[in-house]
Design a binder for this molecule. Sequence first.
Ligand code: ATP
Length: 350
Amino acid sequence: MALDLRGRIAFPLLATRPLFRRNDVLSNYRVAIVGGDGIGPEVIAEGLKVIEAAGIGLETTEYDLGGSRYLQDGMVLTEDILDEWRSFDAIYLGAVGTPGVPPGVIERGLLLKMRFDLDLYVNQRPFKLDGSHDFIVVRENTEGAYAGEGGFLRKGTPYEIATQGSVNTRMGAERAIRYGFELAKTRNNHLTLVHKTNVLTFSGDLWERAFNEVAEEYPEVETAYNHVDAACIYFVQDPQRYDVVVTDNLFGDILTDLGGAVSGGIGLAASANLNPSRTGPSMFEPVHGSAPDIAGQQKANPIAAILSGAMMLDFLGEQNAAAKITAACDACLDVTGSTSEIGDAVAAKL
Ligand code: ATP
């Protein structure tokens, strides 16, 4: 592991070219496709249609995973598949979740396992408000309350105890924070830390110290701090104050849903689960679930999946194509029609 001059772990961030890109003659990116359940395959089909229309070649391999697959043969995700994915450029996922699957099986066995095993340590979600303002939330994606620390004592008895700890490492907090500063530098040079330092005096202290120390390396970036409860108010009443927000796993989970609710709703919310060190593939998915109520009816809005595809291209180094797709989506926000008609409308703008 590389150490920088001060003896800390150095994280290569935001390499300008993707490490896995083949030469331009064989420029197809290798992408693992997990359509998943419900509307997942429908919206991913539109994302792939639009990427093709943007002139980007993908060499895709489909994986039948998710709740339906689990109900068929009990398979969630194998080590072999994870190993295969390590050589891919990216993973493009629709949605997973099927009624009848016990809670946690797919979340822990597929989504969280991908995050942990592929070290997708940043969850990035962009938000665009009416008018021109947009901001981005960078959520630490591998630690905190979601690390799986804890357990039961005397389960099922009246004296039952459940503990669920929040795991915060200096390395984990620092690499997410550093990513936030790097991202802010490419935008408006403003980064807000969101936590609850007044009550979470251990984890909050670690995050605050890491934030302030990394901030010294980025004098050009203006910083701010909000407690998470205040941030909930500002997300609704004054989101213009934000450019880039960095926060922990649990707060980020909640804040990003709130951000989605104030900026166009679930049909537009895109996300990226990034391994910014680029030691393996990153994963791109719309925020919405499998929506079993409208599955198979061509009623789903594919824009969130298409925008997630644009985030994938951006991360792979195809910034022009990504910007064009994002602009085409913006121009099609009022388009009504079936899932594939909306996809056609976006593709036609390119
Ligand atoms: P999960 O826990 O997997 O997020 P969920 O049931 O909480 O699942 P969704 O599957 O996202 O959430 O569905 C919530 C509601 O939003 C449903 O009524 C669904 O039809 C609607 N919905 C979700 N995605 C879309 C979409 N792309 N287009 C239109 N409606 C959608």
